[in-house]
Design a protein around this ligand. Structure first.
Ligand SMILES: *Cc1c(COP(=O)(O)O)cnc(C)c1O
Length: 409
């Protein structure tokens, strides 16, 4: 592992692993299959020797991106996927069985919540708790509990779980601790240092950052001893026990389920990742300025942003996230403002779903990404009807503040 800093490591990662002709980028390898000059070599790769056989299971281009992500997370290995949801689905379905129990935060991304409903249909018990309080996570423990899942910063409500206490408890209890690190990335949140076993990331968001590629990843931090985990299939109980979990995710989750990242998308994401720290630092700065500007505005009833002293986990965010507070705001407007007219008056913010983009985006959540689940479930998950999710981009700060204010005027 290099001793260089976060950005230096990513920017020079490809070059340091010998690329043909001195190219500074790993080239795109669009080959579906990889041919061998020696038949014994072909069989060796099928039997576990590192190499490439069929692109569904990875290409040199996805492998180069996986190396970068592993370096960013200070991990032991990474598997990439076509989307963040593919990475989450592969993780849950590869590692959990009917009769197992999963503890998760009730403040999570809507599609992940929907996926956990599907998992429950296959006989996995799911408990939703308020994970900002580690006691509630511990109280949900059952004899069949295998895994704890949280988002390091919750989409869209900006809640922050007690990452450190939950991590320490999972380590004591021998539970797999899965952290979705999408909203803060390892630049803000070094999840391994907080005890995460697996880190899941939607690369479509900040890591890629340009709104031009979808991707997902699972990184094994190397902290979990999979020899104690009952669901690892016999063929994957080989080599170092710290690698068994990721091997099963790669075989059962990627190879069998097939949500593979294309070489083209991997290349775009890898290019985007080079500027992750610069973009995210600017977006966090913009988000803090916007939140401060809006918190006392008479037409705004509530601003949830971890950088504000009013946020319930403000101190935790300040302790854990390296002086940044993320680029996501949840805003509720005063009752006398028509939310839809307000949105239509915005000129800089794009009315779009997605987040972690260079462009600032805004979306009314109850009517869109949380529409399908209905009012009761929304209430349980703390999603009021008037909530706007604002993903702050890298634009000039004053333009964002001015746009919001003119649309409220
Ligand atoms: C967007 C998102 C996902 C899903 O990622 P996709 O790449 O869109 O499939 C998962 N978790 C969180 C926290 C997200 O914001």
């Amino acid at each position: 592992m290099s001793t260089n800093g976060f950005t230096t490591t990513i920017v020079h990662s490809d070059r340091r692993s010998t690329v043909e002709h001195g190219a500074v980028h790993k080239p795109m390898h669009p080959s579906a299959e990889f041919a061998f000059a020696d038949s014994r070599e072909l069989t060796a790769v099928f039997q576990g020797k590192p190499g490439f056989s069929y692109a569904r299971q990875g290409t040199p281009t996805t492998a180069a991106l996986e190396t970068k992500l592993t370096q960013m997370e200070e991990g032991a290995g990474t598997v990439t996927f076509a989307t963040g949801m593919a990475a989450l689905a592969a993780t849950f379905f590869a590692l959990l069985k009917s009769g197992d129990h999963l503890i998760t935060s009730k403040f999570i991304f809507g599609n992940t919540n929907s996926l956990l409903g599907t998992l429950a249909g296959f006989g996995v018990e799911v408990s939703l708790v308020d994970a900002t309080d580690a006691e509630q996570v511990m109280a949900a423990r059952q004899p069949n509990t295998r895994m704890v899942f949280v988002e390091s910063l919750a989409n869209p409500g900006t809640q922050i779980p007690d990452l450190v206490a939950i991590g320490a408890w999972c380590q004591r209890e021998g539970l797999v601790y899965v952290v979705d690190n999408t909203l803060v990335t390892p630049f803000l949140c070094p999840a391994k240092r907080f005890g995460a076993s697996l880190v899941v990331t939607s690369l479509s968001k900040h890591v890629g950052g340009h709104g031009n590629a979808l991707g997902g990843a699972v990184t094994d931090t190397g902290l979990f001893d999979w020899s104690s985990y009952p669901n690892i299939a016999e063929p994957y109980r080989q080599g170092k026990p710290t690698s068994w979990g990721l091997t099963q995710i790669k075989k059962k989750g990627l190879r069998d389920m097939g949500g593979t990242l294309s070489a083209e998308a991997a290349h775009r994401i890898a290019t985007g990742a080079e500027t992750l720290s610069l973009r995210l630092a600017k977006a966090c700065h913009n988000a803090l300025e916007l939140a401060r500007g809006l918190q006392h505005h008479p037409k705004v009833s509530r601003v949830r942003y971890p950088g504000l002293a009013s946020h319930p986990q403000h101190t935790r965010a300040a302790d854990l996230f390296g002086g940044h507070f993320g680029a996501l705001l949840a805003v509720e407007l005063a009752d006398d403002v028509d939310v839809f007219d307000f949105l239509n008056r915005l000129t800089v913010f794009a009315l779009a779903t997605h987040l972690g983009d260079n462009r600032s985006l805004v979306l009314p959540v109850a009517h869109t990404i949380y529409y399908e689940m209905g009012p009761e479930r929304r209430a349980l998950m703390g999603i009021p009807d008037g909530m706007l999710r604002i993903s702050v981009g890298i634009e000039d700060t004053a333009d964002l503040i001015n746009d919001f204010h003119q649309a409220l005027a």
